[in-house]
Design a protein around this ligand. Structure first.
Ligand code: GLU
Length: 157
């Protein structure tokens, strides 16, 4: 079992995400991560093990000072790929314009991964989740519309 926290608002998002994740810790997890959106860029921080490891990483990178006010956080319970930092969420598309977190299992991820590799996507992790980021990006290239891209990707999952 794992958990997801998201925030869109006016307050600095990093501490809101970490506080939210701390409330989900009781569910059990093996790694934690956040993605925040600032100045048209997505910044991702993730760490294996306890949430404190992510807190330490954020402190080292002065990430708590970020003025970002939009973001998502995740604690992972690995199903596909070992518990490590690379497999921790969020996962990104190759051009890093999409980052996402996910709970559960993508049952047809192998077929989708083969299809996406054939289209030139390079996978960083062993997770089933990463196919979603590449698939939305692939669909975005076709429609140039984010909502359409998400809808078309979800149909295939
Ligand atoms: N299947 C995904 C993974 O292994 C998500 C696991 C979860 O629900 O935390 O990364």
């Amino acid at each position: 079992m794992c958990g997801i926290v998201g925030y869109v608002g006016k307050k600095p998002v990093v501490s809101i995400l970490v506080d939210g994740l701390s409330k989900l810790e009781y569910r059990g997890y093996d790694s934690a991560g956040i993605a925040v959106f600032k100045d048209s860029c997505i910044e991702v921080h993730k760490a294996q093990g306890k949430l404190q490891n992510l807190r330490d990483l954020l402190a080292e990178n002065n990430a708590c000072e970020l003025a970002a006010t939009l973001g998502v956080g995740h604690i992972r319970w690995a199903t596909h790929g070992i518990p490590n930092t690379i497999n921790a969420h969020p996962h990104r598309s190759n051009c890093e314009r999409i980052a996402l977190v996910h709970n559960g299992i993508i049952e047809n991820y192998k077929e989708l991964k083969e299809f996406l590799i054939d289209k030139g996507c390079v996978f960083a992790s062993e997770t089933d989740t990463e196919v979603i980021a590449h698939l939305i990006s692939y669909e975005y290239d076709k429609s140039n519309d984010f909502l359409t891209a998400v809808r078309e990707a979800v149909k295939q999952l």
